[in-house]
Ligand binder design. Structure first.
Ligand code: DX5
Ligand code: ZN
Length: 216
């Protein structure tokens, strides 16, 4: 079944605990960590992830858009994240890092910016629990979905099948009721949605609607 991960980037940061509770029933809560170096925006860090993990029963899916991922990612596992995604472009030793995240007890995930191809990372897939294909340039919520990413999603799904792997394939950026079916048909099974969930009058209903559309 498709998993829907609301992104708190589109929530009210002054009411994070309530905003997290508003989407209980979602599979994971997506937490965008930005450092103003890897992306031109700054959001939150380890202390807020730690507080949020205590404030909700929904497991946290931390998406690290930060440099020096090798140094920081393990700290997000310690802060309570159930899944930690580092960017391929920001990790010096991705295999070692994925193993460290798993050894500390979280799911290990790697993200690719739109211009980063999947092919050089084929051999690394068995080390991962999830691969994230960005469908916008990382940094901001509310951007338009990049349709040109669909062939990359399809190719990645083929590689996962070819190797008989269980890893999840996540998409993030511009995912909404109008784009989610395309992503699902291309092979994605975990969907991040920020503005489509928190911009809705009823965020919990938006999660249910997206899940119904994604179950192809
Ligand atoms: C963007 C973030 C996304 C963002 C998605 O860099 O990684 O998770 O919150 O927001 P929407 O769903 O509004 O495109
Ligand atoms: Zn994200």
């Amino acid at each position: 079944m498709a998993q829907i991960n609301p992104s708190i980037l589109s929530a009210d940061f002054a009411r994070l605990a309530e905003e997290a509770k508003a989407v209980e029933g979602a599979d994971w809560l997506h937490v965008d960590v930005m450092d103003n170096h890897f992306v031109p925006n700054l959001t939150l860090g380890v202390p807020i992830v730690e507080a949020l993990s205590k404030a909700t029963d929904t497991p946290l899916d931390c998406h690290l858009m930060i440099e020096d991922a090798d140094r920081w990612a393990p700290q997000y596992v310690e802060a309570g994240a159930g899944s930690v995604t580092f960017h391929a472009e920001a990790a010096a030793a991705p295999v070692r890092l994925a193993r460290e995240i798993r050894a500390k007890g979280a799911r290990a995930s790697m993200a690719l910016k739109p211009a980063t191809p999947i092919e050089p990372y084929e051999d690394l897939l068995p080390e991962l629990d999830m691969l994230l294909i960005m469908t916008v340039e990382p940094g901001f919520g509310g951007q338009a979905f990049l349709d040109i990413m669909l062939p990359k999603i399809r190719r990645t799904r083929e590689l996962i099948s070819k190797h008989g792997l269980e890893l999840w394939l996540q998409v993030d950026g511009g995912v909404s009721a109008t784009t989610i079916e395309r992503c699902a048909e291309a092979g994605a099974d975990v969907f991040v949605a920020g503005s489509a969930v928190y911009g809705a009058a009823d965020p919990a209903a938006a999660v249910r609607d997206l899940r119904a559309l994604a179950d192809v």
